[in-house]
Design a protein around this ligand. Structure first.
Ligand code: CTP
Length: 407
């Protein structure tokens, strides 16, 4: 998994990034960039000393928002509401956090915008301390750190190494990647899908013709894997039933590998007994050879070959007919024409609660791509059309639909 993959839980999150007057502030620009790239909205708040270390212009350009530093805007005299900022923030991170700011936070000395915002923050607060080794080791700093910890602040411990003073020891701010990962880990822990058990099918099925040949399709499994990863990141117990794909199992996901539609059906039926939700993202082969050869079919045979195909079980329909009260069943429809009518018809036939429609006519949608463009249609006909986006982002939209099945 790349850093950016593991950060997608930050998408749409409101983050206050506090910057104080440590030389490590130059690394805060990289942290800000990582958060923005992951899709977070970031409001930078700087102390006067922080502004000496890195320019507000840099941070404003990277965040796309003016930096907040004073209680009153210099040009308009407008009051910056630390209370509103504190309410807005889903998380506040102070990086770097100097010994001075740590002391003020511990004592509640609200003489600047950053500490007042901290005192108004309703959600989680994290700090990444950065200072010289003697300052870090000083009993007063350690006392303040212990106070903040007791107040529920998460401390991202500084690392050891060469410091800006050229002294070697503990005090170096954690790297931006580590800080971003810790923020992402916090949101994962929040576990909005905790208690849910979600079955996801993904990938193609392969239907054997003989021991070396099969009928398959171009499904890469990316969409189903992204959905499994997103639901697991939100705290759900996820069982991923996957056809043959070359993808790594997402963190925290239980995976069952299958090959044929019949194997997939068997795995799904047993998981469905305990799951509350199923997302049928697999591209299941509708037909299979009636008489697969148990030895390789040889070329020397006389004449042509006709392969008789028989119908495979419909896994979504089987789960639909076994659906119990409270279970939620989501299907997919990949269509080339009369998309909406076909999708509605599939939803009814398979007893689905929702269907994700993607059209092969959209250049951003379909097999083996990293992007997708979908519409979600609910059983009552309500429809949401989404823009083309990365499959990891589509997975977040789909997970939102699973969290809030009724608009
Ligand atoms: N599906 C399934 N088992 C099958 C066929 C499809 O579980 N044997 C599921 C797919 O995972 C998807 C939905 O049913 O969620 C619709 O799949 P699709 O292939 O679009 O529909 P079909 O019923 O196969 O109809 P058609 O191929 O005629 O469009």
């Amino acid at each position: 998994m790349t850093t950016q993959d593991s950060l997608y839980v930050l998408r749409g999150k409101h983050i206050v990034l506090g910057i104080t007057g440590g030389i490590a502030a130059y690394k805060s620009a990289i942290l800000l960039r990582l958060l923005i790239k992951a899709g977070a909205e970031v409001q930078v708040v700087m102390t006067p000393a922080g502004k000496q270390m890195i320019t507000p212009a840099t941070m404003a350009s990277l965040s796309g928002k003016p930096v907040v530093s004073e209680f009153f805007a210099a040009n308009t005299g407008e009051w910056h509401s630390h209370v509103d900022l504190g309410l807005w923030a889903d998380v506040m991170i102070v990086a770097p956090a100097t010994a001075c700011t740590i002391g003020k936070m511990a004592a509640g000395v609200a003489d600047n915008m950053l500490v007042t915002t901290y005192l108004s923050a309703k959600e989680h607060v994290m700090i990444a301390p950065a200072m010289d080794l003697d300052m870090w080791a000083h009993p007063s700093t350690q006392r303040n750190i212990a106070t903040l910890r007791a107040d529920g602040v998460e401390i991202i411990e500084p690392g050891s190494g060469e410091l800006a003073s050229h002294l070697v020891g503990k005090g170096r701010m954690a790297e931006p990647e580590e800080i971003a990962a810790r923020i992402a880990a916090y949101f994962r822990r929040k576990q909005s899908m905790k208690g849910r058990h979600i079955l996801v099918t993904a990938g193609p099925t392969f239907e054997d013709i003989d021991p070396v040949r099969f009928i398959g399709n171009y499904s890469s499994g990316k969409m189903g894997f992204a959905i499994a990863a997103e639901c697991a990141a939100r705290g759900a117990e996820v069982t991923l039933v996957s056809g043959p794909v070359s993808l790594a199992t997402p963190a925290g996901v239980k995976r069952i590998d299958v090959r044929s539609a019949r194997e997939m059906l068997e795995a799904c039926q047993s998981v469905w007994l305990a799951a509350d939700t199923a997302v049928m993202a697999a591209a299941v082969a509708d037909y299979r050879p009636a008489h697969p050869a148990d030895r390789k079919i040889k070329r020397e045979r006389e004449g042509d070959i006709v392969i008789e195909l028989i119908k495979n079980p419909d896994i979504a329909a089987a789960l639909g007919s076994a659906k119990r009260k409270g279970q939620l069943l989501m299907g997919f429809a990949l269509e080339t024409d009369t998309e909406t009518a076909n999708a509605l018809d599939k939803m009814r036939r398979k007893n689905l609660d929702m269907i994700v429609l993607n059209s092969l006519r959209d250049p951003e949608a379909g097999f083996m791509k990293d992007t997708n463009k979908v519409s979600v249609i609910r059983a009552d006909g309500a429809r949401t059309d989404y823009d083309a986006k990365l499959k990891t982002e589509v997975a977040a939209d789909i997970a939102d639909c699973l969290e809030y099945p009724v608009d």
